[in-house]
Design a protein around this ligand. Structure first.
Ligand SMILES: [Zn+2]
Length: 415
């Protein structure tokens, strides 16, 4: 079978085309629990871009064209194109219903999705080309995800570098320069200084953006840089010794801006401040929260100290159930309850429904055997040092009390 004619190579703007089905092959996809039989159709020509070079495959539909007795054209059946792949020059269209050999079909590309991909793909060329031009670094990975695009660069870029590139990239967009596609002959190719992501055996297609990029690429691009709309870097991170840049272009960047703008205005409204002052207000609230946390901790410590002082010093066993104490509160409370005493303290915080955090401690005893038997009986989890065990238990207060109140803790000092 001869190679599929790739209509997208000559024009990225073909969104509708007619073709003839050369073959439709049944394929099994999924696992044994989710087996769905699909088909892959081969057409004589296609504008559906197959997944490759970081660009996802196109989506769209294939309609079987049928004719009425008076030879009027009728679209009888429309099948969604689920995926598109290329192997050895043949492009396969993955569909859920079969087509017949020699069927005449009318194909429609999901244009909004494709144009979004073209904007991001062209934006990626501009950014990667400018990084290469100004810093000499290479693009070593490119992925167009559902939420953002990532570009992996083989060296470290500072925030200042990225700000510079983002600005230069948007200047390239605003100049509305023509994006040129050429297929130079080998002699001409030798004279060109172009970026190439991988070795390509077939005819090399060179994509050029004046002043920004010249790169071997077989993907789909917009005709002029202005169509990219805007190039916005979202963030960056160190990645495999280089830099991963998160980016959005065009309407997706606008959508992202709108979403974040709304979040900022909502936060500002809650803080009763202007959006430009929201950051400072949040910093003030955080500082105030930290101060209150510190003050609250000191007050809780005082409360624990007073409550401990009100409990008879000669009690050899103190059992208390609290409602909302943190593990750190339990620790503080127990330190007051065991200070200068020969006792064992069993503190619980929580409820029968949620379960309890517990702390068993003594300043004079090794309480590990007590904790071990408690954990065994109630299937509780906990650990710690010889004089303090902390953990969690899912049991009812009445059952816990029934077990520990009569328990002989044998308070002989052995630490
Ligand atoms: Zn490209």
């Amino acid at each position: 079978m001869s190679n599929t004619i790739k209509l997208f190579e000559n024009s990225s703007y073909i969104s509708k085309f007619n073709a003839t089905v050369l073959e439709c092959i049944e394929v099994a996809q999924g696992d044994k629990f989710h087996q769905i039989y699909e088909y892959k159709a081969i057409l004589d020509k296609t504008a559906f871009y197959p997944e490759g070079g970081g660009q996802p495959s196109d989506r769209g539909t294939i309609s079987i064209i049928s004719h009425s007795p008076s030879n009027q054209k009728l679209n009888s059946k429309t099948i969604p194109v689920l995926d598109v792949h290329e192997k050895n020059g043949i492009i396969y269209h993955y569909i859920s219903s079969p087509l017949n050999k020699n069927d005449s079909v009318e194909c429609t590309i999901d244009w909004d999705f494709r144009f979004m991909l073209m904007q991001h793909h062209t934006g990626e060329h501009i950014v990667s080309g400018l990084i290469n031009k100004h810093f000499g670094f290479n693009n070593v990975g490119f992925h167009m995800g559902e939420s953002y695009v990532t570009i992996d660069i083989d060296n470290k870029l500072t925030q200042e570098n990225l700000d510079f590139i983002e600005n230069a990239a948007n200047t390239t967009v605003q100049k509305n320069l023509g994006v040129k596609i050429d297929c130079p002959v080998p002699d001409e190719l030798d004279l060109l200084n172009y970026r190439s992501k991988k070795h390509i055996d077939s005819d090399i297609r060179i994509v050029s953006v004046p002043g920004a990029d010249m790169c071997a690429c077989c993907g789909t691009h917009v005709k002029t840089t202005g169509e990219v709309g805007i190039i916005k870097f979202l963030s960056s991170q160190n990645y495999k010794g280089g830099t991963r840049v998160y980016m959005l272009c065009g309407k997706r960047a606008l959508k992202d801006y709108n979403k974040k703008n709304k979040i900022l205005y909502d936060i500002s409204a809650q803080l009763s401040t202007k959006p430009e002052n929201a950051h400072e207000s949040v910093s003030q609230i955080k500082s105030e929260r930290d101060r209150l946390k510190y003050e609250n901790a000191a007050l809780m410590d005082k409360i624990f100290e007073y409550r401990a002082a009100a409990i008879d010093k000669n009690l050899d066993k103190i059992i208390l159930f609290e409602e909302n104490l943190l593990p750190s509160d339990l620790l503080k409370f127990s330190s007051h309850l065991t200070k200068d005493r020969n006792n064992i303290v069993l503190l619980f915080s929580g409820s029968d429904e949620r379960g309890y955090k517990y702390l068993i401690s003594s300043s004079t005893m090794d309480i590990r055997p007590v904790a071990d038997s408690f954990n065994d009986i109630f299937n509780a989890k906990g650990g710690g040092k010889g004089n303090c065990i902390q953990g969690t238990v899912k049991a009812h207060k009445s059952d816990i009390l029934e077990y520990i109140e009569p328990y002989d803790f044998n308070l002989s000092p052995n630490i």
